[in-house]
Design a protein around this ligand. Structure first.
Ligand SMILES: CC(C)(COP(=O)(O)OP(=O)(O)OC[C@H]1O[C@@H](n2cnc3c(N)ncnc32)[C@H](O)[C@@H]1OP(=O)(O)O)[C@@H](O)C(=O)NCCC(=O)NCCS
Length: 274
């Protein structure tokens, strides 16, 4: 009697386990189906810890939240508001990321780690934007209409940063971790602190490499042109390095390319120009 009961219990537990594994696999297959290739690629491009597509599909809440938001956003615009809110509520429970279905999000959006991210209803996010955990794109008033921020293309927002109100963050701007941003940030600028201030690029670069192509002599066009060319070479090098990494992932040997690369020192060249 006892062995029969134990066997029955084991079979029930085994059955339960199998059904859990099957359900999880079904959800993963659905995620793999809905996730676009560029969603997955943007994880590899921006998180060196990502190792395989399976890992990205199963272990990245930012990707799951993006997929849920895509569905909720469609429902929102189909005037199925409650269903849209309910779906984003479920997504919040599963991922720790709360994105209002009304928020507009561009392509290749990536939220790393994810937990504690809140994105408000009238927030607008451009392409290639990266957010880390704890970021809030929030409002400061209860008035209807635009009350959340707009982020340009390529913006990076550090962990814990709060961007509040209908302000504009320019293309490729960076927001420091834990910053509280309440005013517009110009394109390419870095803002940090509470309230956030724009970091002084020259002080930041210590008079060496300046990504914006501006040297110590702001009025000399030759000086400006040379800094611009040096900055451009750095960007080209970064792109080549990116291509080499992709080739490496595909199994193409690239060691020789790396070994024979010349030793380009932009800081040294910038100092000579200045
Ligand atoms: C703001 C940030 C983008 C600046 O990076 P950077 O351009 O390399 O600037 P630096 O590190 O040279 O710092 C420049 C100045 O800003 C200060 N600073 C840097 N980050 C800051 C921050 N988050 N808050 C306040 N001040 C900051 C530095 O102390 C330095 O001050 P100083 O000029 O008085 O010495 C970066 O520090 C940051 O916060 N990135 C987000 C990273 C993140 O959230 N990672 C999460 C991974 S899980």
């Amino acid at each position: 009697m006892v062995p029969a009961f134990s066997i029955a219990l084991m079979l029930i537990i085994l059955g339960g386990l199998v059904s859990v594994i099957l359900s999880v696999s079904l959800v993963m297959v659905a995620i793999a189906f809905i996730a676009s290739r560029e969603d997955i690629r943007s994880v590899f491009d921006r998180d060196p810890a990502a190792r395989s597509t399976f890992e990205v599909l199963t272990c990245y809440p930012g990707l799951h939240a993006r997929i849920f938001h895509r569905m909720a956003h469609t429902l929102w615009h189909a005037n199925l508001k409650w269903l849209a809110r309910f779906l984003s509520h479920i997504a919040r429970g599963l991922t720790g990321i709360e994105i209002h279905p009304g928020a507009t999000i561009g392509r290749r959006f990536f939220i790393d780690h994810g937990m504690g991210v809140v994105i408000g209803e009238t927030a607008e996010i451009g392409d290639d934007v990266t957010l880390y955990h704890g970021v809030t794109l929030g409002g400061t008033s209860w008035k209807e209409g635009k009350r959340h921020p707009t982020l340009g293309n390529g913006v990076v927002v550090g962990a814990g940063a709060k961007i509040l109100g209908p302000i504009h963050i320019g293309d490729n701007a960076k927001i420091g971790s834990n910053a509280v941003v309440v005013k517009d940030v110009p394109p390419g600028a870095t803002a940090a602190g509470i309230p956030a201030r724009i970091l002084d690029e020259e002080k930041k670069s210590g008079g060496g490499f300046n990504a914006y192509g501006i040297g110590n002599d702001h009025n000399d066009p030759v000086n400006k042109a040379l800094h611009g060319l040096i900055g451009h070479s750095v960007t080209v090098d970064q792109r080549i390095e990116f291509i080499l990494r992709q080739l490496e992932k595909m199994g193409v040997p690239v060691e020789e390319e790396r070994a024979t690369a010349d030793k380009f020192d932009p800081n040294h060249l910038n100092k000579i120009v200045d």
